[in-house]
Structures are given as structure tokens and as C-alpha cells.
Design a protein around this ligand. Structure first.
Ligand code: HSE
Length: 338
């Protein structure tokens, strides 16, 4: 399996590390190596048809700030020049235009390549177009890590719960907001808690996407389209963030044995991100940076999952699960059509 990586930031580096950690597992399961044949970041690239050493890529990125040895003007020209089977798109999210990630995914799918991404921008803006493009070109298009990082939710619903009728998914989909609200439960002000979230590296330097609910809204769109067959986009979500939550509101909730959590909710007719009162002890009353999601099904009842919503290795673990699905599928097809 020849992998082209676009993006070599936190998650891209995590994926390179995971490929090293799971090299033997992949080799044993498929009888062949998974090779990174090209790695690009925002200003450089490096390619080798026989496979690049993930350790060397990580080392160079650490030393020079660049993954590659050559510069480029147009990422699509780089992609055109490389023979690969799978694009792993982990470039920075742009939720206004979809950014380079959208162009890269489109280009790969148009070229008949499978794609794994955790990039929320392209999915929140152009989900239906990209899925249609993948279908038209017979490509696999997977994006488990785009919602909830390591927390399994999309593949859980689409694969394990495939026979269920899912009436709604509600969840905590942004670790930064949950961290801030949990700190406010313990008496910190919003400003103090946000500052700490930034110091700990949870919130972005510009945390607007987190605290105004835009990041959660992207995830709600991805869940709505992938699990409820809806055709919605970012602008369809009713969004209220947490920036106007006061310490008084938190105390009032606490006096009623409740906490306030930023909840994203998706169903056949709902698409919303808003702060909600959650009874203490409820599975969605969790604290800290964890994400959680409750799936309401007709046969199994409510199923709740929780896990780390961000992090280098954690998010890369979701890419690994998509990679394994794609490789299993290829192996199965090969067995059916030897
Ligand atoms: N900023 C996001 C969060 C990262 O805090 O959950 C993962 O999308």
C-alpha cells in the first residue's frame, strides 16, 4: 500500500509514528508493507517510490521544521508526479473555504485514489460532493478521526450498529469547551479557564472555532451526513457557543445538581450545537478534555462512547482504523477476484 501524506503537523506526525508502532502488525495481516511514498507539508515535500522512513521524516520535521527536502508551488503537481494508492489528508483545517485539504481530496478522488482524512473543513463544507465523487470513481473515502478523535463514532454507527435505526446522536464534541466548562464547575472564571486551556495546548491561539461552537458544528454536519443521510452543510447548523456562559449560570446549575455542557445534537430533523443542562452522573456530564457521544438506537437502546477527542497518537489511531478497513476490503476483493 503506497501512501501519500498531505500535512505533517501534529496528526500527520502521529500517523508516521503509528505506522512505525504497527509496522509488524500490518505486515503480518496483509503480507506487505504500508509505505509512505510522499510526504508534504505546507512548504516542502519529499518522495521515494520505494518508501520513506517515517523516523527520518519525523527527525527532519523536528530539526528543520519541514518534512521535505524540496519546495513546491502547487501541491496538485506534486500529487500528479507520485504513484500512490491512498491519500492521508491531514493538512490544517480551514472551515471557511476547505483550504488545500479540499483541493487535495478532490484531486485524489478524481484520480481514483482512496482517501482517509481527519480534516473537518472539506467535510463540513462539501461532504455530499466528496462522497459522490468517491462513489463515481470507485474510491474508499473514510474520515473516522474527524469527529471525536480517537473516540469511535462514525464507524461504530455505520458498521457495528448498521442494523439499528438510530434516532439521534448527542455528544460532547469539543475537548477545549469541555475543559473550560469543567474548570468553571470548580470555580474558575471563563477567562481563567480559557487561558489555562491555551497554556495546556488544548485551545488554539485563536480559540474562536472552539468556544463559539464552530468546531462542534463541523462535527455535527459530518455526523448528520454520514449517519442520517442528510445533505447539510456548516451554515445549516444552529450554533450557540460557550463564550457567554457566566459563573452565575454554572452555580445555578450546580445548585440543581446539574452541569452545563456544550452539546452537539443530530437527528433526522435536528442540527444543533448549544450549551445544555446535563444532570450530574449522566454519561454526558463528563469532565476534562474527553469527548463523549450517546447514540440512541431502536433495538440496542442508548449506547454511549467516550474517548480522547484530540492528540497526536490518539487521532492517528482513528486513521489506523480507517486504513485497516480499506486494506481489509482490498484483501477481500482480491480473494473474491484472484
Ligand atoms: N480543538 C478541538 C477540540 C480539537 O478542542 O476538541 C479536535 O477537533
Amino acid at each position: 500500500m503506497r501512501v501519500l501524506m498531505s500535512g505533517f503537523g501534529t496528526v500527520g506526525q502521529g500517523f508516521a509514528e503509528v505506522l512505525m508502532l504497527r509496522r509488524d502488525f500490518l505486515k503480518e495481516r496483509y503480507g506487505k508493507d504500508v509505505n509512505i511514498v510522499c510526504a508534504m507539508d505546507s512548504s516542502s515535500y519529499v518522495a521515494d517510490p520505494s518508501g520513506l522512513c517515517p523516523g527520518e521524516l519525523l527527525e527532519r520535521k523536528k530539526k528543520t521544521g519541514k518534512v521535505g527536502t524540496k519546495g513546491y508551488q502547487d501541491p496538485l503537481k506534486v500529487m500528479e508526479s507520485v504513484e500512490y494508492d491512498l491519500l492521508v489528508e491531514v493538512s490544517p483545517t480551514d472551515i471557511k473555504t476547505g483550504g488545500a485539504g479540499l483541493k487535495n481530496i478532490r484531486y485524489a478522488l478524481e484520480s481514483g485514489k482512496d482517501v482517509i482524512t481527519v480534516n473537518k473543513g472539506p467535510l463540513a463544507l462539501k461532504f455530499c460532493e466528496l462522497v459522490a465523487l468517491a462513489k463515481k470513481n470507485g474510491c474508499k473515502f473514510r474520515f473516522e478521526g474527524s469527529v471525536g478523535g480517537a473516540m469511535p463514532i462514525i464507524n461504530l454507527c455505520r458498521e457495528n450498529l448498521v442494523g439499528e435505526k438510530i434516532s439521534s446522536v448527542r455528544g460532547i464534541l469539543n475537548g477545549t469547551c469541555n475543559f473550560i466548562l469543567s474548570k468553571m464547575d470548580n470555580g474558575q472564571s471563563f477567562e481563567q479557564a480559557l487561558k489555562e486551556a491555551q497554556q495546556m495546548g488544548y485551545a488554539e491561539a485563536d480559540p474562536t472555532n472552539d468556544i463559539e461552537g464552530y468546531d462542534s458544528a463541523c462535527k455535527v454536519v459530518i455526523l448528520a451526513n454520514s449517519l442520517f443521510k442528510r445533505s447539510v452543510t456548516f451554515s445549516d447548523v444552529n450554533i450557540t457557543g460557550i463564550s457567554s456562559i457566566t459563573s452565575e449560570a454554572i452555580s445555578l446549575a450546580a445548585s440543581n445538581n446539574m452541569v452545563i455542557r456544550l452539546i452537539g445534537e443530530v437527528s433526522h430533523d435536528k442540527l444543533e450545537v448549544s450549551p445544555r443542562l446535563v444532570p450530574r452522573g449522566h454519561p454526558l456530564s463528563i469532565s476534562g478534555t474527553l469527548n463523549a457521544a450517546q447514540v440512541v438506537t431502536d433495538l440496542a437502546g442508548p449506547i454511549t462512547v467516550s474517548g480522547r477527542g484530540a492528540g497526536r497518537i490518539e487521532t492517528a489511531s482513528a486513521i489506523l482504523s480507517d486504513l485497516v478497513s480499506i486494506m481489509d476490503d482490498r484483501k477481500e476483493r482480491k480473494c473474491q477476484n484472484p
